[in-house]
Write a protein that binds this ligand. Structure first.
Ligand code: GDP
Ligand code: MG
Length: 167
C-alpha cells in the first residue's frame, strides 16, 4: 500500500502540528519549494508495507494573501484529484469563513475525504461537539469523521489506521 495524502484546512487549525506529530519533527520538511509539479511533499510515513506520502495541495495554500489565493484556488479541486485521500482539518471550537472556502473545494472532491476535528482537548464538554459534527456530516459524504488532538496525540493511531485503509 502506498499513496498520496493531502492535508487541507484553513490557517491555524493545526495542520503543521498534525504533520509533525505524524512524521516526527526530524523528518518533516521545512522547505517551501515545490517538489512535485502539483504538490509540495511534506514527508513520508512508512509503516511496515504501507507508505503514505503527505502533501500540501497548491491552491489550498490559504496561508497566502487572499487575492493570490482566489486564483490559486481554481486549480485546487483538480489537484485534489491527484491524491488518494484528503484529510480535511477543522478546529473543534472555531468554524470560520475560511473553513467554508476549504469545504467548498472538498465538496467537489471525488477522492475520499476524512474529516479531522482537531483540538478536542480544548472541548470541556464533549457533547457540545455533537451539533457541529452532525452539521458537518450533512455537508459531505466523509469517509470518516474523527475527533483528534494533534498536540495531545489523541486518536492519531486511529488516524494512521484509517489512512492505511485507504492506500
Ligand atoms: P496550521 O496553520 O493549520 O498549520 O496550524 P498550526 O499547526 O500552526 O497550529 C496552530 C495553533 O494551534 C498552534 O498554536 C498549535 O499549537 C495549536 N494546536 C494545534 N493542534 C492543537 C491541538 O490538538 N490542541 C490544541 N489545544 N492546540 C493545537
Ligand atoms: Mg502550517
Amino acid at each position: 500500500h502506498s499513496g498520496f495524502v493531502a492535508i487541507v484546512g484553513r490557517p491555524n487549525v493545526g495542520k503543521s502540528t498534525l504533520i509533525n506529530r505524524i512524521l516526527g519533527q526530524k523528518i518533516s520538511i521545512t522547505s517551501n519549494k515545490p517538489q512535485t509539479t502539483r504538490h509540495r511533499i511534506l514527508g513520508v510515513d512508512t509503516d511496515g508495507d504501507c507508505q503514505a506520502v503527505y502533501v500540501d495541495t497548491p491552491g489550498m495554500h490559504i496561508e497566502e494573501p487572499r487575492a493570490i489565493n482566489r486564483v490559486m484556488n481554481q486549480t485546487a479541486s483538480s489537484a485534489l484529484k491527484d491524491v488518494d485521500l484528503v484529510l480535511f482539518v477543522v478546529d473543534s471550537l472555531k468554524w470560520l469563513e475560511d473553513d467554508k472556502m476549504v469545504l467548498e473545494k472538498v465538496q467537489r472532491s471525488k477522492v475520499p475525504v476524512v474529516l479531522l476535528v482537531n483540538k478536542v482537548d480544548q472541548v470541556k464538554n464533549k457533547e457540545k461537539l455533537l451539533p457541529h459534527l452532525q452539521w458537518l456530516s450533512t455537508q459531505h459524504d466523509f469517509a470518516e469523521i474523527l475527533p483528534i488532538s494533534a498536540t495531545h496525540g489523541d486518536n492519531l493511531d486511529e488516524l494512521r489506521k484509517i489512512v492505511r485503509g485507504h492506500l
